[in-house]
Ligand binder design. Structure first.
Ligand SMILES: Nc1ncnc2c1ncn2[C@@H]1O[C@H](COP(=O)(O)OP(=O)(O)OP(=O)(O)O)[C@@H](O)[C@H]1O
Ligand SMILES: [Mg+2]
Length: 343
């Protein structure tokens, strides 16, 4: 699935491009109104009291702006930001080293915080609550705990899997912001903003065409914009119009609802070969010539979220929206087909 245009994750090259597109201040952020307002309040209150803000947890699917908001928190507090991630902290000692190097008021960003090791997590509890850790020196019966003071800091944790965070860790955050998928008009605003930064000439219709196919995700919107820009430069006069966006996205096989080739393949097999289901995920995967994991983890979440596919105890089932999307007539008696009143 290399280079999939609708992938939610970004590779290293893409992260570099993304850095240039990140809003730097809270008032530059488009969408996420609730989180923005809540976070603004938390930060303003801390500033007014002259204290460091409470620890902040940001949760939500990939590509919606968790890292962006973490950087904004530091910028708004005019504080330095230190970055690390759960998988990078394998020992409690790794965390002790980071914590003891913090300066007062610094923002420590721990990405993928749900992937931190257990002992590190326990050390973090104490640091978050009391700004203190116990560093264990030596081993066995002779080991001693040396208490170490840490200057007040703000922990910003990000996770795509809030459900995997142990309760005691979740409870130590003073504020949790849940990021939601974006509405098309918000993505439209993001595409316009990115086009301005990338110096891309774009019409309103071109922008909303890209926004509509971006699966509610700014990362995907920005990626589609870059591909459409390529197309506009090579096959047109450089301007992203509705027609150019349309042709480019058709070429890259991202359809009007943001479904790609794999997504459509899955729906197509489900409807045409299995009469709309129910069918087991493994059977479905064989039918589209993919690994079961690929279908389950890459295609299915988006199809379920957008109401094209339903998971039932007996297997996967196509919804009326799936039949309609493929331009097929849903057969009478197919799953999800309601009997007509009185029939
Ligand atoms: N509200 C927004 N307005 C404008 N651009 C945004 C917004 N949210 C995210 N973006 C853009 O989307 C891209 C991805 O955002 P970001 O890296 O913050 O996502 P993330 O939630 O940290 O993803 P991951 O879970 O993969 O780490 C960035 O280039 C960022 O500029
Ligand atoms: Mg991130």
């Amino acid at each position: 699935m290399e280079g999939r245009l609708t992938a939610v994750e970004a590779d290293a090259d893409e992260r570099a491009v993304e850095a240039a597109l990140r809003p730097r201040r809270l008032d530059e952020v488009i969408g996420q109104e609730r989180v923005r307002e809540q976070l603004g309040l938390v930060l303003d209150a801390a500033k007014a009291r002259g204290r460091v803000p409470d620890h902040v947890l940001l949760s939500g699917p990939p590509g919606l702006g968790k890292t962006t908001l973490a950087m904004i928190i530091a910028a708004e507090m005019e504080a330095p930001l230190r970055l690390t991630s759960g998988p990078a902290i394998t020992h409690a000692g790794d965390l002790a080293a980071i914590l003891s190097g913090l300066n007062e008021g610094e923002v420590l960003f721990v990405d993928e915080i749900h992937r931190m090791s257990r002992p590190a997590e326990e050390m973090l509890y104490m640091a978050m609550e009391d700004f203190r850790v116990d560093v264990i020196i030596g081993k066995g019966p002779g080991a001693t705990a040396i208490p170490l003071e840490i200057p007040p800091f703000t922990l910003v944790g990000a996770t795509t899997r809030a459900g995997l965070l142990p309760g005691p860790l979740r409870d130590r955050f003073g504020f949790t912001g849940h990021l939601e998928f974006y509405e098309p008009h918000e993505l439209d605003g993001i595409v316009h903003r990115s086009a301005r930064l990338l110096d891309v000439d774009l019409t309103d219709e071109g922008s909303s065409e890209i926004a509509g196919r971006s699966r509610g995700t700014p990362r995907i919107a920005n990626r589609l914009l870059r591909r459409v820009r390529d197309y506009a430069q090579v096959r047109a006069d450089g301007v992203v119009t509705l027609d150019v966006a349309h042709r480019a996205l058709d070429l890259f096989e991202v359809d009007a609802s943001g479904l790609d080739r794999l997504d459509r393949g899955v729906l197509d097999a489900l409807c045409r070969r299995f009469g709309g289901g129910p069918v087991g995920i493994s059977t479905l995967a064989v039918a589209v010539g993919e690994e079961r994991e690929t279908v389950e983890e890459v295609a299915e979440p988006f199809l379920v979220r957008n109401g094209f596919l339903a998971r039932t105890p007996r297997g996967r089932v196509a919804t009326p929206a799936a039949w309609a999307h493929l331009g097929l007539q849903q057969p009478l008696g197919a799953p999800g087909d309601e009997p007509l009143p009185g029939s």
